[in-house]
Design a protein around this ligand. Structure first.
Ligand code: C2E
Ligand code: MG
Ligand code: MG
Length: 589
């Protein structure tokens, strides 16, 4: 009996103990549930909320907000009715940007009750990121305009409608944007793009679309249109609007834009063709002086085809190394000594005819072939160095032209500096760069020049006076030589304005320690003027010598077209009848 009582007492105690243990366990689970980062809710068949942990309370904005809860209730009732499982994205909170991923499971049975247990994870951050990715694929970050894909899609849907409604596609490209960027810096370049996009968007209709398709290129879709004239008028107004100055960061910036337009269906029936043809028309505008608009016409297609042929033959010529160098002397006009020579590249075309670079150097730059070409020129010089020394003397400097685009490309310039060093006589060389390369002066000055300075390679500013830099920009440039463009030298003895410019360049160059070379002397009068009225010491030009091929010095070799011309001019270093410093009398400084 006593035992029994003791047993029952012990039993009660154990029961109480296990109850306590259970309670403890339950409160532990409750605590775990409460703190779970995922929201957990439990609803019954009447839509009553039996449980919501902290995360769910926050997500559903409980207790006040009922919108999200009602939404959840609807889902619960539907799922309890059908017995389905559901995984869905849910926006919670009114007008809020909080997104959750909701997983509602098959109803759970507890006793008599069927309950809906759901869990929800906050995916707002991930959603925002996805949205941002979406936007960046379809909208340009800088100008907030649609991208190439969007306008292509819009054009295609117009084309697929089959209604044959006319529309226009305009290709716009800012003229010399690179110079603006180089000169004013990228921040201002960006601001200009934004300003331009704003002006372009100003009076577009709902059904038109403007897209930024790359750097400084925009596509404009005008739809619907009535006539070509209407589009032409619109383009004229647009050009006018774009040519007004932009005020950015205290600077007044002028920009012009070239526009090419194609019309559907006249100029193409697919987006790709319409865009290409608008591009061709734009290209024509660029070549004819920029800052205007033109419609596509069939002649442009032929032009493009012809260009493609030239392109192909240039590629082939590079592949087959069909290049050679002509050399032109730089002469000391006081002592008549040869100071140096300039290597001028020539192409031997498929028929063996020699071509001057007028036709192909710019194309080579455009096609990205110029680097290879420059290395070929250097290789030819190295191969001919003995003959160069025999002909012009072992001290003559050797100038090589480098395109502005190359000069701004550290990778090329590094490889070129290495190649110059590898010749074993780098200090014989000078590189001639047009002043455009110096517009982005800090870059060229700081990153590129020192490499060449270290090797003793001289730097020359070619064609000075016709590019984008100003006289004052000269002060920031450390070059050894400045070559005054032929346009100032031609008939200099008759042109007081050019004489004034020449004097200004001369005195500035003297102050900065740069040697001045006058380019393109053709006549005795020009030379006489330089000798008498200036301190300029060096000149280059047909008067002294045309560019010559070294082979021409050995007449056994068949003569190329240019060779004949060169031989017709006087032999090197020999003074011309009538050429003497006496002829220079009569000019006053
Ligand atoms: P540039 O460097 O200013 O070279 C001078 C140009 O003027 C040469 O034309 C030369 O033949 C011509 N010239 C020289 N004296 C006279 C003259 O008294 N009267 C006239 N009317 N012309 C004269 P070229 O050889 O046709 O070269 C044209 C341009 O092509 C060069 O101008 C240079 O910018 C570029 N070029 C030539 N070779 C190369 C090269 O290897 N690489 C690069 N990147 N450009 C080159
Ligand atoms: Mg040159
Ligand atoms: Mg020049």
């Amino acid at each position: 009996m006593q035992n029994q009582a003791a047993d029952s007492l012990r039993g009660a105690a154990t029961e109480a103990g296990s109850l306590r243990a259970l309670e403890a366990e339950l409160s532990l689970f409750k605590e775990v549930l409460r703190l779970l980062p995922a929201g957990v809710t439990l609803l019954d068949e009447n839509g009553r909320l039996l449980l919501a942990n902290d995360a769910a309370t926050a997500q559903l904005r409980l207790p006040e907000a009922t919108h999200a809860l009602n939404q959840r209730r609807e889902i619960a009732l539907e799922l309890l009715g059908t017995g389905r499982t559901l995984v869905t994205e849910e926006t919670v909170g009114q007008g809020s940007s909080q997104h959750v991923l909701l997983s509602a499971h098959r109803p759970v049975h507890i006793g008599e009750q069927r309950l809906l247990l759901s869990s929800s994870a906050d995916i707002s951050e991930q959603k925002a990121f996805e949205d941002q990715l979406f936007r960046s694929a379809y909208y340009d970050e800088l100008t907030d305009l649609p991208t190439r894909r969007v306008i292509e899609h819009r054009a295609n849907s117009l084309l697929n409608r089959g209604e044959q409604e006319r529309f226009a596609l305009a290709f716009l490209d800012i003229d010399n944007f690179k110079h603006i960027n180089d000169y004013y810096g990228h921040a201002i370049g960006d601001a200009l793009l934004v300003g331009l996009a704003k002006r372009l968007s100003r009076d577009l209709r709902e059904t038109d679309m403007l897209a930024r398709i790359s750097g400084d290129e925009f596509l404009l879709l005008l739809s619907p249109i009535e006539s070509a004239q209407e589009v032409a008028d619109y383009m004229e107004t647009t050009l006018k609007r774009l040519s007004a100055p932009f005020f950015i960061d205290g600077s007044e910036i002028f920009a012009s834009t070239s526009i090419g337009v194609s019309l559907y269906p006249e100029h193409g029936i697919s987006y790709e063709v319409l865009r290409q043809n608008a591009d061709l028309a734009m290209y024509r505008v660029k070549n004819e002086g920029k800052g205007a608009a033109a419609f596509f016409d069939a002649g442009m297609e032929h032009e493009a085809l012809a260009r493609m042929k030239i392109e192909q033959s240039l590629r082939l010529a590079i592949l087959e190394k069909r290049f050679c160098c002509a050399f032109q002397t730089k002469v000391d006009i006081r002592s008549q000594q040869i100071r140096g020579i300039e290597a001028l590249v020539r192409l031997r075309d498929e028929g063996g005819v020699i071509q001057a670079p007028g036709d192909f150097v710019n194309l080579a730059v455009e096609l990205g072939l110029i680097d290879e070409l420059t290395h070929l020129v250097l290789a030819e010089i190295v191969k001919s160095i003995d003959r160069i020394n025999d002909t012009f003397g072992p001290d003559a400097t050797i100038s090589i032209n480098v395109a502005a685009k190359q000069a701004g490309n550290p990778e090329f310039m590094r490889s070129f500096a290495e190649a110059l060093e590898a010749t074993g006589f780098p200090s014989r060389f000078m590189i001639e760069v047009t002043e455009d390369a110096f517009v982005a002066k800090s870059h060229f000055q700081q990153a590129i020049l020192p490499m060449f300075r270290k090797l003793g390679v001289g730097i020359s500013i070619d064609d000075f006076g016709i590019g984008y830099s100003s006289l004052s920009a000269l002060a920031d440039i450390t070059a050894d030589e400045i070559k005054i463009d032929r346009s100032f030298i031609t008939d200099i003895h008759k042109r007081p304005r050019s004489q004034g410019i020449l004097r200004a360049i001369e005195s500035l160059s003297a102050a900065l320690g740069m040697t001045v070379i006058a380019e393109g002397i053709e006549s005795f009068e020009e030379l006489a003027y330089l000798q008498a009225a200036t301190n300029i010491r060096y000149a280059q030009g047909y008067y002294f010598s045309r560019p010559i091929f070294l082979e021409e010095l050995k007449p056994a070799i068949p003569l190329a077209s240019e060779t004949r011309v060169s031989l017709a001019s006087r032999p090197l270093q020999e003074s011309r009848p009538g050429y003497s410093s006496r002829g220079a009398r009569g000019y006053r400084r």
